[in-house]
Design a protein around this ligand. Sequence first.
Ligand SMILES: NC(=O)c1ccc[n+]([C@@H]2O[C@H](COP(=O)([O-])OP(=O)(O)OC[C@H]3O[C@@H](n4cnc5c(N)ncnc54)[C@H](O)[C@@H]3O)[C@@H](O)[C@H]2O)c1
Length: 340
Amino acid sequence: MSEVKVGIIGYGYWGPNLTRNFYEIPSASLVAIADSSDDRLKQAASKYPHVTVKHDYRELFELGLDAVVVATPPLTHYRIAKDCLEHNLHVLVEKPITLKSEDAKALVELADSRGLTLMVGHTFVYNSAVRALKNYIDSGELGEIYYLDTARLNLGLFQRDSNVLWDLAPHDISILLYLLGKKPVSISAQGTASVFKGIHDVAYLNMTFPNNVPAYIHVSWLDPCKVRRITVVGSKKMAVYNDIEAEHKIKIYDKGVDAPPPYTDGDFGEFQCSYRSGDITIPNIRFAEPLRQECQHFVDSILNHTVPVSSGTDGLEVVRIIEAAQYSMLNGQTQEVLKW
Ligand SMILES: NC(=O)c1ccc[n+]([C@@H]2O[C@H](COP(=O)([O-])OP(=O)(O)OC[C@H]3O[C@@H](n4cnc5c(N)ncnc54)[C@H](O)[C@@H]3O)[C@@H](O)[C@H]2O)c1
């Protein structure tokens, strides 16, 4: 196979972005688009007149495709992805891969048993800024990592079939797992359902990674300001990735604090920290559209028979973490231990 024949399932808000990318990738051929909505199909047909459009995604099984992309609401991911894998298609599923870890596990096992590529759309692990941030951590330039903090806030978009945890936290959790190359050992969460009863629109997650490295995630559909920020605080330097910035997305602050030697009783007046505040470095990051990188990676993984960076197993891990967070959030912020 030198070219992957692709079908898109779900042409709502995100599907058109995926479609455009697969249309433009030379080693992919966009063959068909399925959406259960008439309006969305009309839009797809006018934009891509030479591409087959279908109401029922199962009609794509007759078209000799190699792969599909599932960009439907999360509640439908498991059923559609399973059906497609059973028809021997490689599958890229949007995040979250499923809404239950047992379903994600079943998809991973099904893909493995058939030698098919199963990938999840954790777009940020294909983002040049996130990759640069990982290099700063791995190279030791930031020093020992004290903690990480992420904020993903906005007004909307409210979802009907999932809460803010399932909608936004997959981004931050997948980023943290990628940055640290480790899985958390425990998690607790709290949140509020302000607008719709039972649908949490604000959540705070508190995770602990190996070596007692904490990470804090704040996600919200109910905030006046759009914030997309990740802060990594190390013993030597601190890094901030601000995705809202058009150009200077990452800033490295040569800032820190050195604690004084331990004081003895009666010595408290001597307690003085020494603060460092040096240069701010703005690395020049060559920015390529992360979604384009993700789509190309899916095609390459199929053609080269390699495991994707955001594999089905990565999708499963994120779902397990969100499940634990959701349990904690609904049961008085319990501390959930994650066993891997
Ligand atoms: N990676 C990212 O940055 C990113 C960004 C936005 C959304 N997403 C994900 O993309 C997925 C879709 O989100 P969205 O915002 O586009 O949702 P959406 O509701 O705007 O679009 C979903 C589309 O799927 C169609 N659909 C529903 N059930 C179907 C079925 N059984 N068969 C065929 N079509 C069906 C709907 O008609 C709709 O057009 C979600 O999983 C979401 O989390 C990812």
